[in-house]
Structures are given as C-alpha cells and as structure tokens.
Ligand binder design. Structure first.
Ligand SMILES: [Ca+2]
Ligand SMILES: [Ca+2]
Length: 218
C-alpha cells in the first residue's frame, strides 16, 4: 500500500508533516450562530467528514515520508491507542474506574465518545470477549442502554430503540428487580460470566465501555 522509496533520510520533510498535523489540531474559533440543533448537527457532521479526509491524507503522507526515515515509524491507526476495532467502530473498556451509569456516560462523552451501543452480534461478542480477557469471569460493564424514560422501552444513548438484544433470558432478564431499590433496574451491563446483558440499578458502580467511530482509511 505504501510506496517505499530508496532515497536517504528526510527528517526535514517529516518535521514539515508534523507541523502540518499540529496546525490542524489547533481548535477552530467560529462565532456561534442562531442555527437550529439540526443545522448544527449537519454542520458538525460535515466538519467531521472534513477532518477524516484530512487525517487520511496526512496519514498517507506520513507513511510515505516515514518510509525514507531511519527513525521508528508509528502506526497511524483508525482507533486511538488502547482501543480495539470492530467493523467501523472503536471500543474501550475501562476496568480501573467504577462509577454509576450517568457518570460513566459523562466520562465517555469527555473522551469524545459515548457509552457502547452494541447493535450487532459481532460487536456484542467482541466486547464480552474483551471484558473476560481483562476483567475475568465475574465482571460487569456498563453499556449505553436504559429504560429509565419509559419502563420496558429500552433505548440507546443516541435515542435509538433496542432492536437486537442479548439479554440473559435464562435468568429472565431484564426483570426490573426491585431488591436493589424502589426504582427497579433501568440500566444495562454486559456480564462477562454469562456473556449476556442484565438490567441493574443505575446507581450501582461498574466499569464502563466507551465507543466512537473509527477513522476509516481508503
Ligand atoms: Ca427498568
Ligand atoms: Ca435484572
């Protein structure tokens, strides 16, 4: 994929690329308009597409320049360091911090991500496999699924409706069990032991799974 050339070291060219990358990372300042949320969303999506195109362009340039350098070449990956990829999505399991569902949702947002939205069997299996690998057989992780708004109407954090569930049906989950509190159980976890989902009280503390779009390379 990368055209490896045989000319000498090009450290200065590498520096130019680095400066170009750094200049692109400087946040844009734009005046806030009176646009509607839908218009802002469209604008943000366009900007995201533009950033992805620039990222792909710079990655390709970086690899071409790096091929002529003696220094070690870093991987220009589609997901951040420490995240793993399933299809066009990146996932990160945080095993060190345990927090309630709302705090976990906020923590993912602060990373430019969101709590996991597992819409396919591949995503569910990859996540529960990783949860067993790093957390062992008795670990639960928050995912971005809740029925707090309307009991029994499970929705993801992007407000989409749950279509492909992986509940632990052998244990009759989700059961909105009241033993953990009057409110019942309105938030969901991936359970590494049963490799399925449970509903649990939202104020329980668990580690969480964040998700973001991968930067697709063409
Ligand atoms: Ca519930
Ligand atoms: Ca339950």
């Amino acid at each position: 994929m990368v055209d490896v050339k045989t000319s000498g070291t090009r450290g200065s060219a590498g520096l130019l690329i680095l400066f170009a990358v750094l200049s692109l990372l400087v946040p844009e300042t734009s005046s806030q308009s009176d646009s509607s949320p839908e218009e802002e969303l469209t604008s943000l999506r366009l900007k995201l597409d533009s950033w992805r195109t620039r990222y792909r362009f710079l990655c390709n340039q970086y690899h071409e320049v790096a091929a002529n350098c003696s220094a070690a070449v870093f991987n220009c990956s589609q997901c951040p360091d420490g995240w793993f990829q399933v299809d066009d999505q990146c996932f990160s399991l945080n095993e060190r911090i345990k927090s309630d569902w709302a705090t976990s949702k906020k923590s993912c947002k602060e990373k430019g991500a969101h709590l996991a939205i597992l819409t396919t069997k591949e995503q569910h299996e990859a996540v529960e496999k990783e949860s067993r690998r790093i957390g062992g057989f008795y670990t639960d992780y928050w995912i971005g699924l809740t029925d707090a708004e309307t009991e029994g109407a499970w929705k993801w954090v992007d407000n989409s409706t749950l279509k492909t569930p992986f509940w632990n049906t052998l244990k009759s989950e989700p059961d909105d069990n009241k033993t953990g509190g009057e409110e019942g159980e309105d938030c969901a976890v991936v359970d590494s032991h049963s490799q399925s989902w449970y509903d649990v009280p939202c104020n329980f503390n668990y580690p969480y799974i964040c998700q973001m779009d991968a930067v697709l390379q063409q």
